[in-house]
Design a protein around this ligand. Sequence first.
Ligand code: FES
Ligand code: FES
Length: 133
Amino acid sequence: MVDYLREIAGLTGTKIGCDGGECGACTVLVDGTARHSCLTLAATLQSREIETVESLAHNGRLSAIQRGFHEQLGAQCGFCTPGMIMAAEGLLRENPNPSDAEIRHGMAANICRCTGYVKIITAVQTAAAEPSE
Ligand code: FES
Ligand code: FES
């Protein structure tokens, strides 16, 4: 799926890191649930709803989780950030008020080479604290 998204659909927000299910850089939502797009065969997704990082902002306004990452400086180089944001979006849809432990568990499939994860967790907490849109 990640090749389809990037090469055919032109949605290059989704990144390829390990290309083997280890890093989470390619995370998208399939029917609202986070999935590694590098491990998902596009041909199996007919009639499924796919959301990428490009789908979150509306009318130029960032979504709550995007604002959380922006405001809390949850990105450094930014390579992992689209996958982190989509994993967090999936987590918050399933559990709008996660505990710190639930955030850490929910984001465990996403790896960042730059940060100590503290600001990423704070970004998710910030988004969770916002009133629902
Ligand atoms: S690129 Fe898909 S998990 Fe790393
Ligand atoms: S911000 Fe650089 S890999 Fe996460």
